[in-house]
Design a protein around this ligand. Sequence first.
Ligand SMILES: [Zn+2]
Length: 213
Amino acid sequence: MRLVEALCELFLPAACASCREVPASGGGLCAACAAGLPAAAALAVPRAPGTPPVVVAGAYEGPLAEALNEYKERGRRELAAVLGGLLGRAVAVVAAEVPDAALVPIPPTRAARRERGFDHVAALCAPIGRPHRCLRAGPRADSVGLTAAQRRHAADASLAVVPGRAAALAASGRPVILLDDIVTTGATLSAAAAALRRAGVKVAAAAAVAAVE
Ligand SMILES: [Zn+2]
């Protein structure tokens, strides 16, 4: 079944990732849905304590939510350019206040990475700048019987720095902008910031593609 689907995707023009009614342009969305993407980045205010200031490209709704879902869950990597462009807009707002910042993407959990076959947040960095992969997901916790929220919490708690890379970043003195796809409570960004700060890295702010209101 997977092979058949893959072959169909090769030979048929893909439908728009949002409305699914008309063929997509090269970027994965039709022109009408692309026009419905958010126009200006905005400050999000997550409720988790210790979350750095976060700027997002838009709210998690409409074509932006559809595009993120198709990119993450259905492996439609052609959406990386438009989503990376939106993330870049949020980063630009933050970077204006934080000169010479290093970009540190939130790493996928090992299970998600295995399933998707690529690091979906780092892949959004291409139009923005070089990602510093200073964070890694920790050893896999036994998640049998956990709810989605409990699994997310376990994943956050297992976030750790890659020692050599974090030490190099700390020694450089450069401030960090954390990057993520979707911000909900801010717990993941808060855990990532805490791990980096323990390693002596300055975390100035964060940017994400979308915020769940
Ligand atoms: Zn569409």
